[in-house]
Write a new protein. Structure first.
Length: 248
């Protein structure tokens, strides 16, 4: 489904991703963990085509994303949805209007069908009572769910999640995690989840990749990562102060 081959990316001469290679299988939940600033979100942005790497290849269903024409990128992105860390809702639109936006911009469905689809997704995520509210009137957890609903109206094959539980209380974090699992079990969605929340990572992942200083240190099942003998991985996943990761 998604393949990264020797991906390198720098900003202002500073390397952020260093020869990243990954294969993400169709229908799996693939979790990328690591410290803040280690390149996790940049990896998502490269997969989605929002940024191109300096070198290497990104393949989606065998088609190259980076360096492709805008028409090819648009076609590949039509298979994807991205749930941003902030929720990224437009403050001047209601929740329902935010969720409808991809369908309105697509201009392929009549308004009654758009309204029906939006309410279907809002009900799925427990937000049907929030349709007429403004983003400022709902909680952080509801914003994350509204962002997910906006993604789901397009019926994507792939969903990219950037820190989906960041800033949420434990109960709401668990609710979001269950929804991500539901996308896999009910709809066969391939999910790539960036997080530093180990509880979420272990619950969600079919496989976990550990990113450190722009490099993949280890990729394996949750059990393999939990029992890792790599000192950096072991320190990070167990939250230890002592170890090779310097605490500044």
């Amino acid at each position: 489904m998604i393949e990264l081959i020797d991906i390198c990316k720098s900003f202002n001469g500073v390397p952020v991703l260093k020869n990243i290679s990954l294969k993400i299988r169709t229908g799996e939940i693939f979790v990328i963990i690591g410290m803040s600033g280690t390149g996790k979100t940049v990896t998502l942005r490269n997969i989605s085509g929002l940024e191109d790497p300096d070198s290497g290849e990104i393949l989606v269903n065998g088609t190259r994303m980076n360096g492709a024409s805008q028409s090819v990128k648009k076609k590949l992105r039509s298979m994807m949805g991205m749930v941003f860390q902030s929720g990224a809702l437009l403050n001047w639109l209601t929740v329902g209007q935010n969720v409808a936006l991809p369908l309105v911009e697509n201009k392929k469905l009549p308004q009654d069908k758009i309204d029906e689809t939006v309410m279907e997704k809002l009900k799925l995520l427990g937000l049907n009572q929030a349709s007429g509210k403004m983003p400022s009137e709902i909680s952080g957890g509801m914003k994350k769910r509204a962002c997910l609903a906006r993604v789901l109206v397009r019926n994507p094959d792939i969903i990219l999640y950037d820190e989906p539980t960041s800033g949420l209380d434990p109960v709401m974090s668990s609710h979001i995690n269950v929804l991500i699992k539901k996308m896999q079990t009910d709809f066969g969605v391939t999910s790539v989840v960036v997080t530093h929340d180990m509880e979420s990572a272990y619950f969600l992942a079919d496989r976990i990749a550990v990113l450190y200083k722009g490099e993949i240190l280890q990729c394996g099942t949750p059990a393999e990562i939990k029992e890792s003998s790599n000192p950096v991985v072991a320190q990070f996943v167990n939250g230890r102060i002592d170890g090779p990761i310097a605490v500044n």
